[in-house]
Design a protein around this ligand. Structure first.
Ligand SMILES: [Zn+2]
Length: 98
């Protein structure tokens, strides 16, 4: 975990605490601006249960291709040369394999 990620998490936590502290104020403000009505309209028009199911299925199916090739046999991301074991560098083209 790098320092930037820690800073972002900290700022997010501070923002979350402020938001929950003024929850009623934020809800009234959103209602006044018409965001609540707009979101209700979007929910009834577009976010049907079928659409939610399809979105969830797509999120589950969307895995990064690197995760599937983990194991004993990996391939170089540059030249697609087969790497046996877990080397740091490709034996064929010499590029770094993370
Ligand atoms: Zn290579």
């Amino acid at each position: 975990m790098s320092l930037t990620i820690r800073k972002i998490i900290l700022l997010g936590l501070i923002g979350l605490v402020f938001l929950t502290g003024n929850l009623l104020l934020v809800a009234n403000w959103l209602s006044d601006k018409g965001v609540v009505g707009w979101a209700k309209n979007i929910r009834t028009e577009y976010l049907t249960s079928t659409a939610v199911t399809i979105i969830a299925a797509l999120l589950i199916l969307l895995v990064s291709p690197r995760a599937t090739t983990s194991g004993l046999v990996r391939r170089c991301p540059v030249c697609n040369h087969r790497l046996i074991g877990s080397p740091n560098y490709c034996g064929d083209c010499g590029s770094k394999v993370s």
